[in-house]
Ligand binder design. Structure first.
Ligand code: NAD
Length: 343
């Protein structure tokens, strides 16, 4: 498969393929850009169907972290790692220790943390082999509540920009995915008086949301066509695509999932339909912002910085409207300008 000409290769500084026969570890570590500081981005464990799929995912996510970290005002570059395997059956202490040794060998060029399929306890095992781990127990910990706060504020910014109101009472939000972030997001929205329409594969989470947050549950494929103000993707990537866009009733797409647009052109289709899109890596930066306070952890300072996502999004929305560009393109341009100014 092509690597240097891969669409997401984008001059990655380093891509490391790791195997450890004894533990069965197969991982890829991608360091995209360290202009702003050491590369920081989580590790994802997933049973990828092919090596190509894993390479594609790690390169795309790693490049996204460069932009996310720069726009969030962090002194971090962008990187990401993936472990090829099933998080339900392939985890072991030996595997995460081998992963930790691989990260250690990079000498601080890249710091890892948790992402899909990885827990804080996995990170703590890897940390026994290397100091280059973030999101540690007893320090910044679980990033999800901060990602949820940032996403909630992003939804408020979008409502403010589009409708001119600060009040979410009566605003209907379709939340796809009630996981670590999605459920906390629903709690914020419920407290603010929004109406929730939700879906998930996990029946227990659905019942919890029905019981405690008065949420209406719909089938997985019905979430797109709900008569709502906001569609909040909080599960998978690429849910904004040729099949789903025609179904959307929402005039705002604002959720925490990574890589929401299946292709860049889907951002243009949203713009042409008058749907305001909060770029994924801007609205979901709360978790990494919290992690950035790891060394000398201060929850208040972390929260204050997460709250800046609101204004960053308002700026992006205004610049997109003035220039006619998509919000996603404007966010990329703003991130690139920050990086260029630091070269
Ligand atoms: P999670 O694994 O805890 O939750 C995902 C939820 O989505 C699960 O409850 C799962 O059952 C559900 N789900 C899976 N497929 C679904 C489908 N087809 N329809 C509806 N629901 C489905 O993950 P998370 O940590 O909450 O992260 C959610 C998303 O946000 C991911 O895309 C992740 O990359 C992104 N993100 C998370 C963080 C964070 O701090 N955790 C930070 C930035 C971005």
């Amino acid at each position: 498969m092509a690597i240097f000409s891969h669409p997401s290769y984008d001059n990655h500084e380093k891509v490391l393929f790791v195997t450890d026969e004894a533990s069965g570890l197969k991982a890829i570590v991608a360091v995209h850009d360290t202009t702003m500081g050491p590369a920081v981005g989580g590790c994802r464990m997933w049973p990828y169907a092919s090596d190509e799929e894993a390479v594609n995912d790690v390169l795309r996510l790693s490049r996204g972290m460069t932009y996310k970290n720069a726009l969030a005002g962090l002194e971090f570059g962008g990187g990401k790692s993936v472990i090829i395997g099933d998080p339900r059956s392939d985890k072991s202490e030996a595997l995460f220790r081998a992963f930790g040794r691989a990260i250690d060998a990079l000498g601080g060029l890249y710091y890892s943390a948790e992402d899909v399929g990885i827990t804080t306890s996995d990170i703590m095992i890897a940390h026994q082999e290397t100091p280059y781990m973030m999101g540690l127990e007893g320090k910044s910990g679980d990033p999800s509540p901060y990602t949820a706060l940032g996403t909630f504020l992003g939804i408020k910014a979008a409502i403010k920009y589009q409708r001119g109101i600060d009040d979410l009472r009566g605003i209907k939000v379709a939340v796809q995915g009630l996981g670590h972030v999605g459920y906390y997001l629903c709690e914020h929205l419920h407290r603010a008086g929004a109406e929730l329409i939700v879906c998930d594969l996990n029946q227990q989470q659905l019942e919890r949301a029905q019981q405690h947050l008065g949420a209406t549950v719909v089938d997985l494929d019905e979430i797109y066509s709900q008569d709502v103000d906001v569609y909040a993707p909080c599960a998978l990537g690429a849910t904004i695509n040729d099949q789903t866009i025609p179904q959307l009733q929402a005039t705002i797409v604002a959720g925490c999932a990574n890589n929401q647009l299946a292709e860049a052109r889907h951002g243009e289709i949203l713009r042409d339909k008058g749907i305001l899109y909060a770029p994924d890596y801007v609205i979901n930066a709360g978790g990494i912002i919290n992690v950035s306070f790891e060394k000398d952890y201060n929850a208040d300072a972390a929260e204050a910085k997460v709250r800046k996502i609101y204004q960053t999004l308002l700026d992006i929305f205004a610049k997109a409207e003035q220039s006619g560009k998509t919000t996603a393109v404007v966010a990329d341009e703003m991130a690139r300008a920050i990086i260029a100014a630091n070269k």
